[in-house]
Design a protein around this ligand. Sequence first.
Ligand code: UTP
Length: 289
Amino acid sequence: MENRTIRKAVIPAAGLGTRFLPATKAVPKELLPIVDTPTIQYIVAEAVAAGVRDVILVVARGKESIVDHFDIAAELEAHLERTGKHELKKQMRSIAQMANVITVRQQEPLGLGHAVLCARDVVGDEPFVVMLGDDVIDAKVPGAKQLADCYARHGLGTVALMEVPREETPMYGIAAGSEIEPRTVRVDRLVEKPKQDPPSNLAVIGRYVLPPRIFQVLEQVHPGVGGEIQLTDALAVLAREEGLLGYRFEGDRYDAGDRLGYLKANLAFALKRPELAGPLRELMKEMSR
Ligand code: UTP
């Protein structure tokens, strides 16, 4: 049987982050903190918890600081050591040891599909998971693991699905199909941001477990809106050719690429911190009076 183990994650982080300007003029969106931790660190932690060993970051000019975050900060560590902050020093080192981080560059922002294609040589001939930094998932079983388990069972590309209110369907890729198993849909329609008549209320969000065949498909896909190579177009081809599954994952998802979603993520994660939960609840009560 073909290899169904997911050992590699591709994290596309080469976008311009225009929805978050001016913050993202000089700071990569992926490094904006949720409480005190960069968004991308939550994503890498989720990948590792799903069994991933190699994390492939797709970055662009000006976004090198993302890579630095996962490297050893020797000067900082020496300072923490000198000042007796041993625990903090250990924490900083553990970030550099989370995963085997590999960087590839996307020379031009030609779309999410193109960003994934940039990782082709590093991924090689094995299934992998694509994880978008905008989508932070808080779940008992890591989001990427839920999809990887589905892939292991069926051997078909699997995208994360989430029910959204009807009026929000124009903001997402929408998938429709028949349920073959609890939470698992065989996708027969995929529409990117439908302006009207969405085929369902199941939105595709930023986790995709994909077979290596996707690279060949991406090479054939014609640039769509804005000259960009859309991952959704390649997924639609995959669905037609060999089948594609959608998995309604269990857990909470935050759209950290959107201002309100980002604020919500900050509140939700802060409320999970024992040292912040109490004072924050007080503050929220006070402010909503
Ligand atoms: P988005 O369109 O949400 O990200 O792409 P963006 O372009 O950075 O943000 P806005 O919309 O302008 O605010 C989804 C993901 O795909 C990556 C982005 O970094 C983001 O994680 N991406 C997108 C690339 O890596 N390369 C691209 O050419 C486009």
